[in-house]
Design a binder for this molecule. Sequence first.
Ligand code: ADP
Ligand code: ZN
Ligand code: ZN
Length: 793
Amino acid sequence: MIVNIVLENKTRVLDRLFSYSVPKELQSNIKRGLRVIVPFGRGNSKKLGIVVEIADSPLVDVKLKEIFKLVDHEPIISEELIDLALFMRDRYLSDLSSAFQRVLPPGNWKDLEKLIYLNEETEDKDISFFFQRPREYKSAVERFDEDIINRLIDEGVLKEKYDIKGRIKPNLVEYYTINKKVEVENKLKNAPAQEKIFEFILENGPVDKKTILMETNSSLSSLKGLVEKGLVSSELKNEFTKVTRDYKKYSKISLNNEQQIVLKSILDGDKNKFLIHGITGSGKTEIYLQIVEEMLNQGKSCIILVPEISLTPQTILRFSGRFPGKVAVLHSKLNQREKLEQWQQIKNNTFPIVIGARSAIFAPVDNLGAIIIDEEHDQSYISDMNPKYVTREVGEFLSEKLNAKLVLGSATPSIESYYLGEQKDYEILNIKNRATAGVLPKVNIIDMREELKKGNTSVVGEKLHDAIVNNLENKKQTLLFLNKRGHTSYVFCRRCGYVMNCDSCDVSMTYHKYNNILLCHQCGRTKKKPEICPNCGSKYIREFGAGTEKLEEYCYENFPDAKIFRMDADTVRTRQEYLNVFDRMNQGKIDILIGTQMITKGFDFPNVTLVGVIAADLSLNVGSYKATETTFQLLTQVSGRAGRGDYAGEVFIQTYKPENYSIEASKNHDFIDFYNMEIEHRKLFKYPPFYTVFCINISGNQRIATRQKLFELQQHIQAELRENNIKEIEIIGPNPSPISRINNRYRFYTFYKYREENKKIKEIFKSILVDNKYNVDLQGYKLSLTFNPTNFI
Ligand code: ADP
Ligand code: ZN
Ligand code: ZN
């Protein structure tokens, strides 16, 4: 018997699978996902690994060493997640350890401690006593025989769970219960303090010490007295930290016709993959809730993904309010302990529902019934770190493996997903109307070149200005969206043309007025704003462009009586701060909310009737093939924030490019119209979904040497393409990246455009770039490989 193992490692050299043989006595216990200890290297030092594959023949033809021993009894991850890690390695050309890091428990799996705890009562007094609290496996087998422990685990009397070694102690809390076997008789006579406590515990079941003492206003000695009399007994429980707010009940709504048809198609259809295309407010979330309900009825669990968990409190509230006590929430602000606790509780099936950002798709749920990806077009669903996975594709993988439903939802689906729907991979389900009476807002496109001709150079044009005045008079709320933080975009000398750039990056610095500094948005370096031009000494050094701070300034000057708040990465840093803004909006304590992308997601306030987009062109100028799509999505999403309640909404989009089709299409909220134009462009210019764009990025300390290194790799690739007679591939580069230097590292890229059907091309990339077939010395360089990059900086 042979197993292939991934080793615990941090180095490139060990980043592959290793084959080992399994000694006879271990063979019956071997499973994929178990940790094992193996001999490694010349000295046969002990190394930890995970069994990834059980194979008939070794990966390479050498004499195999034998595994030393098994660490776990039960796999620490499921076979599907192992397969998923291998899939990601191949699909995204990720290194193996990053791919496995995603699917393994949070933290370092080397430090995972196996804890054994009592699952069922047992007659064996010694066992019950010893396992009053969870014990390390090691100390358990020291105390009892290993065979006994393993048998009890098999019988379900004991169970395994994982904790992080040493660093995190279980949070043990004493719980008290009434001892039923003991007669009360006269034991509480003349002991009113004890009687009070007794009554309290009797009424409230197992209660923790702190609560008892607080609620009954008693002393610890009274409680101890009860224990001594044998009337109550205590037990240590491992208390999990609560990571979510307490929730208000959110009752079930009966679905309207359109919603019912969609729900029925999903639950009864023979397809497993669906794309719900429904305008904002069409009741998609309500459909998700009912899918989840059905899955729970079938004893299955669900994963719900939202773009940025901290930015979607409303969605979480609705799920937790509908399914109290069943929802795990995973977000990036959790600390290591909280992450692990959530992981454990999901694995133990305490929480059959998991809500989180993209990485929640790797949650170790049991019996997966459905994966729901809300706002599926959102760019946050594409990982920018290894493995650079596309969440939709991971969902497709799991859906096929586990026969689970995959449901994507959006008002503005991504071009790729919609294309898949048209190709019949997905079933497209449409919802055309808003669930509540509200209609979509009227959208006005404002040509800012006209404003300029009239001599109006302020950030807010005349029409939007008047609309704000009007809206304030009507006591309604306004959202102003500008996707640029800071005060002004750059500082520039009008005499010599000098631009204040960052010393370490090739970008201009942004002026932040509130602390009067120039800030580099790439590396965070700051500079004082100069009074005179550092180049020619003239006084004519001025700020240009507008950011949220300048917009805020405009509002304070022009609407002095309004309650104004600016929301961007400078003013809102924590989840709590975010929730505060959210509450203040709900309570009507803000009249005008100014913000960056932060305000485009998950904001649903009935009193918002006016939305202004200050510079719609910003996102068009980012130079990615996704730019037009992103702009359309952004404009549609922001527009959708207006008129969610009983009042009609209006939107003003200020732009210098009113003729761009992404802006035109957003005027009519017409996704299909936009899709038809965009898909033609993609075909014409050879972009996804028709062609794959593969981008090799390199960075290094020296400009010329870095470019040379990329060129060297490229020559190997081109040579192999020629050898294999592959001509249908377009190569663009090496070119300096749009930001050609960040943090003093020079950056270059090359694009390869080709059709994915030609599998050989990817093999060539892999052998040269991942396995480094030609031993190119990459010391000091950082190589980054991306398929279909959405972000070109
Ligand atoms: P989406 O997720 O498509 O943006 P939501 O599910 O958030 O839409 O629904 C928008 C609003 O309409 C919510 O306030 C929701 O409670 C309400 N709603 C949804 N479905 C119904 C329905 N069938 N009847 C009445 N109200 C509904
Ligand atoms: Zn100058
Ligand atoms: Zn910088």
